[in-house]
Design a protein around this ligand. Structure first.
Ligand code: GCU
Length: 674
């Protein structure tokens, strides 16, 4: 009836917002109003059944019947489709004559490849493809496409802004919340094939039998969707859980403990993926406690899971309290000499930048620097430093920026994407990880637009060469429908959004200027934390004469960690991209920028630009009010208002602080502080 009223009002020329509430639960999986019915499976498996179920739910009435099956099923093999190059996970969707009828075939070598093909078909239809002419073929470029949950066993989520953990440890393993299935569907639709269940700041209990049983229950839900579970392992677990005296990786008792523990896990979860480890970082235990290297630590765990084809993802996010070296240099200093020393089933997992998920960081110097080691890229989907759940910041552009960055490690075109997908140095293993932004909020991610960041991660994990623009468009079409007025507006807002956050929180390569501990809001003045490298003043080094961190030869010489061509470019402020200027250089406030402005004038202009971009997003969102359902529209509008207020807070507090340091007035034409 609501629909009828809406249609009537629409016919009378009233602009009507779609009448239905939409709480965002469906993500990119909105069911079709009249779904296709002629869907048939050849072969039999839980995964194929799930694939067909998705089509029967989400695919709108199709002009052709659809048949799903593995490429070696006799019915499909007889069609002689070009499936050879698809690998284990690639799919082919194309029309062919089957039993005398033109039929849409969804196929691939494995069940999960067929599942990915089904989701690709749905996506194609929702983004406007003509199914009668469809011809899709795609294989993932990266092998391990993994979400890292920073979920704690008490139900809280570290740096999570979308409610409590999805995992209800209390009712697992007996109760499998249907939401776990919906979560798996949403991930499988993107091609995500691994989930690390618990926080990298891991508790030893996660390796005890009761928690292994809970992980097993989740693994059972995820398995038909092509998703493996992994666990974060606490390095000192042999002491805490195993009651050994030591966790020294060269101690045979410790090695035997990990082996037995791995065997126990694999008995319960035969396709268990392996371990993720944060060691000797921010107070976590690790091999350095025993004067062993990170390679020795990683290899001990690798040996324990190797007989089961498991892997170890060993994080390179290390920096030590006692180390006077520039924090941005420490991971490289520690890991680069270990290249070639890791076991075959170890990947080193490296954050996109050398500090910590700032709104902008130059790419991490380890990318390209360890040719013998498969290197995983770790991205943060949750917006720890970009305004938590409220600020609209589409991270597709940020992910794209790092993937496209040219390490020059093997000449021009040695992009981070090619390091990560394994093609630059021909690695068998390749992987990418995203720190998840999901929780128990109805919309999963705390806001509608935050869903796009999860989506963008998944799509780039499948194909790191996709453009952020295209992904934004795809997402908007599946989220809001195909009205170009809404889609164009959403995409425009998304593409401008991350740069706006950079502008109002720390333009021109400034970073780590946020409030202490919680990491929300400005705090560039903070200087009293016990660990020097946690203080914002450590990063900006502003004084009366200038601002910025000198990472050239006259400073920490972090630039020397990059390949010579990049190092040369970054050694000179005139050839350094202005977006990274103060990351690498300490410059006088009157330094001449490309715009002709002084550095100070440029900084102020960027802060102002950040605020006005948010105002622009608000105005754009206002224009589509009648075209988006009220629930999602209103929440987004309210959040944009919060963002606008807080962008001004960031700008005004930051500028007031800089002015207290440099003694300069606000340049003429700058917006008045509020
Ligand atoms: C950041 C974050 C921590 C997290 C750490 C990590 O420092 O603030 O909460 O534990 O990254 O990635 O290990």
């Amino acid at each position: 009836r609501l629909l009828t009223i809406g249609v009537c009002l629409g016919a009378l020329g009233f602009a009507t917002a779609p009448a239905f509430a939409n709480d965002g639960y469906d993500l990119w999986l909105a069911p079709a109003s009249s779904p296709a019915t002629d869907i048939r499976v050849v072969g039999q498996s839980q995964t194929l059944d799930r694939a067909a179920g998705e089509l029967r739910r989400d695919l709108a009435a199709a002009p052709l019947p659809v048949v799903l099956g593995k490429s070696d099923d006799p019915a499909i093999a007889a069609l002689r489709l070009p499936t050879r190059a698809l690998g284990e996970e690639g799919y082919l969707v194309r029309a062919a004559m089957l039993d005398g009828r033109k039929t849409l075939i969804v196929t691939g070598k494995t069940d999960r490849a067929v599942l990915y093909g089904a989701f690709a078909l749905i996506r194609a239809q929702k983004t406007g493809a003509d199914l009668a002419a469809i011809d899709l073929q795609s294989a993932p470029k990266i092998g391990l496409r993994v979400l890292n949950h920073w979920d704690n066993l008490d139900g809280s989520v570290e740096r999570g802004y979308a409610g409590q953990s999805l995992w209800d440890w209390w009712t697992l393993p007996d109760f499998k919340d249907p939401r776990y299935t919906d979560y798996a569907r949403a991930n499988a639709a993107l091609g995500i094939n691994g989930i690390v269940l618990n926080n990298v700041n891991a508790k030893p209990e996660s390796l005890t039998a009761p928690y292994i049983a809970k992980a097993k229950a989740l693994a059972e839900v995820f398995r038909p969707w092509g998703i493996k579970v992994y666990l974060s392992a606490r390095f000192s677990a042999p002491i805490e859980v195993g009651h050994l005296k030591s966790a020294d990786p060269l101690d045979p008792d410790v090695q035997a403990w990990w082996k037995a523990k791995s065997d126990e896990i694999y008995r319960e979860i035969p396709d268990f993926g392996g371990f993720l480890v944060k060691a000797n970082s921010e107070g976590q235990p690790g091999p350095r406690d025993y004067h062993r290297s990170h390679a020795e630590g990683a290899n001990m765990l690798a040996a324990a899971v190797a007989p089961h084809n498991g892997i170890v993802m060993w994080r390179a996010f290390v920096y030590a309290e006692t180390d006077p070296e520039d924090r941005a240099k420490q991971a490289y200093t520690e890991f680069k000499p270990l290249d070639g020393k890791f076991a075959d089933n170890v990947l080193v997992q490296v954050k996109n930048g050398a500090i910590d998920f700032q709104p902008r960081e130059p790419f991490h110097p380890l990318f390209g620097a360890m040719p013998k080691t498969p290197m995983m890229l770790e991205l943060q989907i949750t917006k720890e430093y970009l305004g938590f759940a409220t600020h609209l910041a589409y991270l597709g552009t940020m992910f794209e920026e790092v993937l496209e960055a040219d390490t020059r490690a093997k000449g021009k075109g040695s992009t981070v994407a090619k390091v990560v997908d394994g093609s630059l140095y021909r690695h068998k293993l390749s992987g990418i990880a995203g720190v998840a932004n999901v929780g128990r909020d109805r919309d999963w991610s705390g806001s509608t637009f935050n869903q796009a960041n999860w989506y963008a991660f998944g799509r780039l994990a499948w194909d790191p060469t996709l453009s952020a623009d295209r992904i934004a468009r795809e997402w908007a079409q599946q989220t809001f429908g195909n009205d170009p007025r809404v889609v164009d507006t959403a995409v425009k807002m998304m593409l401008a959004s991350r740069e706006a956050v950079v502008d109002y929180t720390g333009p021109l390569g400034l970073a780590h200027l946020m409030g202490t501990g919680h990491h929300y809001g400005p705090g560039p003045w903070i200087s009293d934390l016990a660990r020097p490298e946690w203080n914002p003043v450590y990063y900006h080094k502003a004084d009366r004469n200038g601002i910025g961190f000198d990472r050239t030869k006259t400073g920490s010489n972090a630039v020397a960690q990059y390949a010579p061509a990049v190092a040369k470019m970054l050694a000179d402020p005139r050839t350094t991209p202005e977006s990274e200027l103060l990351w690498f250089h300490h410059l006088p406030w009157d330094w001449k920028m490309k715009s002709g402005r002084t550095l100070w004038q440029e900084m102020v202009a960027r802060y102002d630009r950040g605020v006005s971009t948010v105002a622009q997003m608000q105005a754009e969102w206002q224009e589509v009010k009648s075209l988006v359902d009220a629930e999602r529209w209103q929440k987004t509008a309210s959040y944009l208002q919060i963002q606008h207020n807080e962008a001004k807070w960031w700008r005004d507090a930051s500028l007031a602080y800089w002015m207290s340091v440099n003694g300069l007035p606000l340049p003429a034409g700058a917006a008045a502080p509020e």
